[in-house]
Design a protein around this ligand. Structure first.
Ligand code: NAD
Length: 395
């Protein structure tokens, strides 16, 4: 079938297998062009490995350090007449490339929050790898069924304490408008922390640790976001930010566990705001990202997921470097985003933007390009008018 993008609000309901493969290949090429990462990870578990920051982490580990990787993700497989979600195609392309390079790559498509999937993954680590020396926790999920209570918690993206009004953009239609979001109630705050907080990361580490599957000196990292004060009511101080505080709490607890287990370490890396399936769902943030891209591209400092994670691996986690922490003990790979001149430029643009000048004042074109790329559209060298089989197998 001929596969074209079908954008519905902040999702695209189709994905292009060859385009997703080309997108993955671009990221592999980026890492390979930089050369090997000295003392990089060798046996890696990535939880949330099929798109965004998790996929970039898996690619960095495999193609920067020759690591064996196990990826855990939740994607809709393809059918003979229906496209998969992009993470399915990404993972297929990654797996083909990794195995062609002689690297071990094993995939688990299922619910990372469940005990059943954890048990399966643990058995595979034990059988195939013995132990893992890097565990990346990069889940972004709208819901979690708690494995002990059976309760399904849904996350919300709301302010806490008071309502929040600001500008937002419909990235598909290009309309800038003011949005007012009512504050979350206590249950919504708790539910969001149950989904996006640190409990599940701790459950993974405890299960791995109890089974003796964590190598001495292992690292575990989870990703967070802070951003500028203009987005704080909806992000840092909102329901998601409170969940991220719980992720930071978990990082400290896991760090203590890994330390006991042979001087390992766990930490939070605060990453840059980027177009991913997760971030496109957050009100206000896509407008901020469109401005940020404009400012950072002009400064020659723009990065995507692969550039961010490659820099994290090469300059912080491995390659003979130590981790550099901020006052709260977090690694800041969002440092270029948060540079005062970048933030001053965005803050100056913010009050000026409207529907009419959106294209001139922001990089909405770049935002849309990146968004479509997430689904495998707009990649060079792909004939999007050609017939292509949407059904791609993955093992
Ligand atoms: P993403 O949507 O691209 O990736 C989410 C991943 O989680 C996918 O692999 C998906 O399959 C997997 N997943 C979701 N639910 C699952 C489940 N139940 N079981 C197994 N896998 C599941 O998201 P992303 O933007 O790369 O976010 C990853 C992390 O990075 C999040 O913690 C996010 O807060 C953080 N982060 C994102 C940004 C940003 O701007 N995008 C910035 C800083 C930090």
């Amino acid at each position: 079938m001929v596969i074209k993008p079908k954008v519905r609000g902040f999702v695209c309901v189709t994905a292009h297998p060859a385009g997703c493969a080309a997108h993955v290949q671009q990221q592999i090429d980026y890492v390979k062009a930089k050369g090997p990462v000295a003392n990089g990870p060798k046996k890696v578990l990535v939880i949330g490995s099929s798109t965004g920051y998790g996929l970039a982490s898996r690619i960095s580990a495999a193609f920067g350090s020759g690591a064996a990787t196990i990826g855990v993700f939740f994607e809709r497989p393809s059918e003979p007449d229906k496209t998969a979600t992009p993470g399915w195609y990404n993972t297929s392309a990654f797996t083909t490339a990794a195995r062609a390079a002689g690297l071990y790559a094993k995939n688990f498509n299922g619910d990372a929050f469940s005990d059943a999937l954890k048990t399966e993954v643990l058995a595979t680590i034990k059988r195939d790898l013995g132990q893992v020396d890097l565990i990346v926790y990069s889940l972004a999920s709208p819901r979690r069924t708690h494995p002990k209570t059976g309760i399904t918690h849904k996350s919300t993206l709301k302010p806490v304490g008071q309502s929040y009004s600001n500008q937002t953009v419909d990235t598909d239609k290009g309309i800038v408008s003011t949005i007012t979001i009512e504050p979350a109630n206590e249950a919504e705050i708790a539910d969001t922390a149950a989904v996006m907080g640190g409990e599940d990361w701790e459950m993974w580490i405890n299960a791995l640790d109890e089974a003796g599957l964590i190598a001495p000196g292992a690292t575990s990292v989870a990703y967070s976001y802070i951003g500028p004060s203009l987005t704080w009511p909806i992000y840092k101080n909102g329901t998601i930010g409170l969940a991220k505080n719980d992720l930071e709490r978990a990082a400290k607890a896991i760090n203590a566990t890994l330390k006991v287990n042979g001087y390992g370490r766990a930490f939070i890396s605060v990453n840059k705001a980027l177009v991913t399936q997760a971030s496109s769902a957050i009100p206000v943030v896509p407008l901020y990202i469109s401005m940020l891209y404009k400012v950072m591209k002009a400064k020659g400092r723009h990065e995507g997921c692969i550039e961010q994670i490659d820099r994290l691996f090469r300059t912080q986690m491995y390659g003979g470097h130590g981790l550099t922490f901020d006052d709260a003990g977090r690694v800041r790979i969002d440092d270029w985003e948060m540079e005062p001149d970048v933030q001053a430029a965005v803050a100056a643009l913010w009050p000026q933007v409207n529907t009419e000048n959106l294209a001139a004042l922001t990089d909405i074109a770049g935002y849309r390009e990146e968004f479509l790329k997430l689904f495998g559209f707009g990649l060079p060298g792909i004939n999007y008018d050609a017939d292509i089989d949407p059904h791609v197998l993955l093992d």
